[in-house]
Design a protein around this ligand. Structure first.
Ligand code: 26Q
Length: 818
């Protein structure tokens, strides 16, 4: 275990124990002779927090002195999950904490369970942000994360009678030891109003006279690196009422209403929007975005101005990374600050903007791109709308010079979309204003160049890059699978892989070694037992750990095809039912687990959840089936549930229709943990296949280039009878609720055609499933594939991703605190 040098605070178990007891008494205000698990969790967290703060101060001081170029990772979403275990691991004080606690009669694992998840994000994009922060800190990059401190994170999913209900996630209810409230770091953020002209030194300037002001207060979340003192900052903004421009309302005599109105300011950061395109064009969402952008940029500019006076140096000191289009109003905001406030020429300012921003998109289809209605933008941010129009005017003029009167092209590329409702296309704004644009897997980046942003690629081929996503092995192996972590270290003879994940390749040479295989299986069995206990506690279903644990956990979306999975489970059930008793001995037992949240307004996704439940009800209660097949829905899937599920799975499914998953990152977590993949050739799976070889996972389904023609032919496609049969069972109410599932069945059989090609891929999916069964019987082969999966997962660490961004996009180098 690596040891960091102590700072002012000591890290031996005696010092830690004293720290814990002091915090019990003085922070939690309980007696040091009597406190419960939750209070112990609080006291331990505060002891850890103190140590984080120490390193975090050192890092800030050091980086400030060195003043290197910094990257600012701008994201409206961060899915951090729990912090206690992760911090303890990254600080390198796990053994000492375990010892300190055991003498007090507590267990670290039990205390860690007391913590709620910080779920300030929806899914892949948000968890990616969190993994990137871990790698930025570990690799000593001078980096900051900026985000919003939503009071309510992603809704909690409660299942009643098989239906999803959404409940508020008031995650701050029991306090949050991982943040530091910075009451003195706050900025006014302005909205509405008008644009006027001002003359300074004989020159005309536009000034924005805003109508409403809200205060943004900083909450800092220290992010420790592993095996380094570097601890970086994730700064989240909360909205508070402002004292500025508020006198008026208090002078009208209606004191009570004036106070109540002030309180409304807080709604801006109150709730995370679920990922749902139907929310587009909502004023509150736009306010959130600008609130985030304005506060973050004021902070960034202030830090720049602390040491610099010449804005030409701004891009040498600042890299601004846009995590999707959500923060892209910062482009207009930086223009406004430079031109209206700092009085730079337009062209000078535009040059600075173009060198500062880089843009990552996580979306594959054009329809998914973010648009803001011009009317809405004009009323909330009148000056920004003007700036966007000006950017667009100059851009379109340039285009005309280049492409003449190719009006179709001009209208496709324009930042402003004309039509009955005019919209600002945020992706176009981001591409035009950034020096680099990247997709999140090789194939995704290719699709951007050839389809989604083809016009832009033809104009600026040099702007387009690709950066395959990753996940952090600190959380996804060291934290969530300590058994496997120890085994890997033992066989590699070093724990250096925790910082240098390419070393995992060293496992390849041992993949067929029976001794390693035996130990590997033992550890996986313990993890499966832990998962089985959780399943039973949560659903009442007892599962046999000799069965294959077959898992699909991710947001529920039609393109991710959870429905295909359910239909194949029905098929499996139907086959077993119709088998002669003697043949059943050959059936490989399965425990199928499906989990994930549906956006609240996404009807079809909600029906899929209900379908899982009714099918599960039937199968699990069929005495004829017993342990041969079980189906369980895992409710309220989140980061900490994933930490339990991933290490305990044998097979995981990533079965999106080819061309629809930009990358996919959960597959990488499963891969690292030695879980085999059953997947389509989509997103990052293509690179996983390249890395571990197609013999080491189960691939099926239409290929990317086949999808368009299959879609054209979908209407004439004769679906396999097996597919028709299982859909008919659902339709005709074999599992009940036949009417309710009609529209769901229509989505794959009706006139609209089977857009996601479930019918098409069904037989090939069943074949892949059969291949998985066949392999599972051969445990030696299975274990070898499992070891080779983990061995090949190094390429999918965010350490690699972040290294590539640093070199190719941001132009930053490490700044390691001594
Ligand atoms: C949009 C408008 C209004 C409110 C919310 C949103 C919104 C919020 C979140 C739209 C999209 C998201 C999240 C998207 C996302 O998670 N995309 C996934 O990103 C992963 C990381 O790159 C990829 O691996 C996945 O393939 C991609 O689906």
């Amino acid at each position: 275990v690596f040891k960091l040098m102590d700072g002012y605070l000591k890290n031996d178990s005696v010092s830690l124990q004293k720290a814990i007891l002091d915090h019990v008494e003085f922070t939690v205000a309980r007696s040091r002779f009597s406190f419960d698990d939750f209070e112990a969790y609080q006291a331990l967290s505060h002891s850890v927090r103190d140590r984080l703060i120490e390193r975090w101060h050192d890092t800030h001081q050091y980086v400030k002195r060195k003043d290197p170029k910094r990257v600012y990772f701008l994201s409206l979403e961060f899915l951090m999950g729990r912090s206690l275990s992760n911090s303890i691991i990254n600080l390198g004080i796990k053994d000492q904490c375990v010892e300190a606690l055991s003498q007090l009669g507590f267990e670290l694992e039990v205390l860690a369970e007391q913590e709620g998840d910080a779920a300030l994000g929806n899914g892949g994009l948000a968890r990616l942000s969190a993994c990137i922060m871990d790698s930025l800190a570990t690799l000593d990059f001078p980096a900051w994360g900026y985000g919003l401190r939503y009071q309510y994170g992603l809704f909690r999913q409660v299942i009643l009678d098989g239906f999803q209900h959404e409940q508020p996630d008031y995650w701050l209810n029991f306090g949050n030891p991982w943040e530091i409230e910075r009451v003195h770091i706050s900025y006014p953020v302005k909205f509405y109003g008008t644009v006027e002209e001002e003359i300074v030194d004989g020159k005309k300037f536009k000034i924005w006279v805003p109508g409403e002001t809200v205060e943004a207060v900083a909450y800092d979340n220290p992010i420790p690196g592993y095996g380094t003192r570097n601890t970086i900052n994730l700064r989240l903004w909360a909205a508070k009422p402002s004292d500025q421009y508020d006198m008026e309302s208090f002078n009208t005599g209606d004191y009570i209403n004036a106070v109540i109105n002030r309180q409304k300011a807080e709604t801006i950061s109150s709730v995370l929007y679920p990922d749902d395109r139907s929310y587009q064009g909502k004023e509150l969402r736009l306010k959130q975005q600008y609130f985030f952008v304005s506060a973050s940029l004021q902070d960034i500019v202030r830090r720049f101005k602390d040491l610099h006076t010449n804005f030409q140096e701004f891009p040498d000191k600042v890299a601004l990374q846009l995590n999707d289009t959500h923060p892209s109003l910062m482009i207009a905001e930086l223009m406004r600050v430079l031109v209206d406030e700092e009085h730079l020429d337009w062209n000078e300012a535009w040059g600075i903007v173009g060198k500062a921003f880089s843009f990552t998109t996580h979306i594959v289809v054009l329809e998914g791109l973010e648009k803001i209605p011009v009317d809405l933008l004009g009323s909330l941010l009148p000056r920004h709308l003007q700036i966007i129009y000006d950017i667009n005017f100059l851009f379109v003029e340039d285009l005309k010079k280049r492409f003449g009167s190719d009006y179709d092209r001009l209208s496709r590329m324009s930042i402003v979309e004309e039509g009955p409702v005019k919209n600002v296309r945020m992706a176009n704004l981001s591409i035009v204003s950034s020096h680099t644009v990247n997709g999140v897997s090789q194939v995704h980046s290719q699709i951007l160049k050839t389809k989604v942003f083809k016009d832009f690629y033809e104009l600026w081929p040099e702007k387009f890059q690709h950066k395959t996503n990753g996940v952090t092995q600190r959380r996804w192996i060291v934290g969530s699978n300590p058994g496997l972590c120890g085994l890997i270290t033992k066989w590699l003879g070093t724990e250096a892989w925790i910082r240098n994940v390419d070393l995992l390749l060293g496992l390849r040479q041992h993949a067929a070694n029976p001794e390693l295989q035996e130990e590997w299986r033992m550890i996986r069995r313990v993890n499966k037992k832990r998962l089985a206990d959780y399943i039973e506690a949560m659903s009442g279903v007892k599962v046999c750990i000799d069965a294959m644990f077959d898992v699909q956990v991710k947001r529920i979306h039609e393109y991710k095809r959870q429905l295909l999975n359910v239909l194949s489970i029905i098929h499996r059930y139907d086959c077993i039912k119709n088998m002669k008793k003697g043949d059943r001995r050959k059936v490989v037992s399965r425990v199928c687990l499906i989990g994930g949240k549906a956006a609240p307004g996404y009807e079809i996704a909600k029906k899929i959840i209900k379908l899982v439940h009714v099918v599960a009800e039937k199968i699990n209660n069929d005495p004829d089936i017993g342990d041969l097949l079980k189906l369980v829905f895992i409710p309220d899937y989140n980061v900490s549930v994933a930490e339990l599920v991933v290490p305990g799975s044998d097979l995981s499914q990533h079965i999106s229709t080819a061309g629809h998953e930009a990358s996919g990152t959960s597959s990488m977590k499963f891969l690292m943990n030695g879980c085999l993949l059953l997947a389509t050739a989509d997103g990052s799976t293509l690179e996983i296949i390249e890395e571990i070889g197609e013999d080491n996972l189960f691939v099926f389904g239409a290929k990317l280039h086949e999808v368009p023609s299959l879609r054209d032919k979908a209407r004439d496609f004769e679906v396999p009878r097996q597919f028709a049969r299982v859909v008919r069972m659902v339709r005709e109410g074999y599992f009940g609720f036949g009417d309710y599932f009609e529209s769901l069945c229509d989505s794959i059989e009706g006139n609209g055609g089977d857009f996601y090609l479930l019918g098409n891929d069904f037989m090939s999916y069943l074949e892949a499933q059969a291949a998985a069964d066949k392999t599972f019987v051969d445990q030696e082969r299975w274990t070898q594939m499992s070891i080779l999966s983990a061995a090949g997962s190094g390429r999918f660490s965010t350490d690699r991703t972040v290294g590539e961004y640093a070199e190719k996009t941001w132009g930053i180098t490490p700044c390691k605190c001594p």
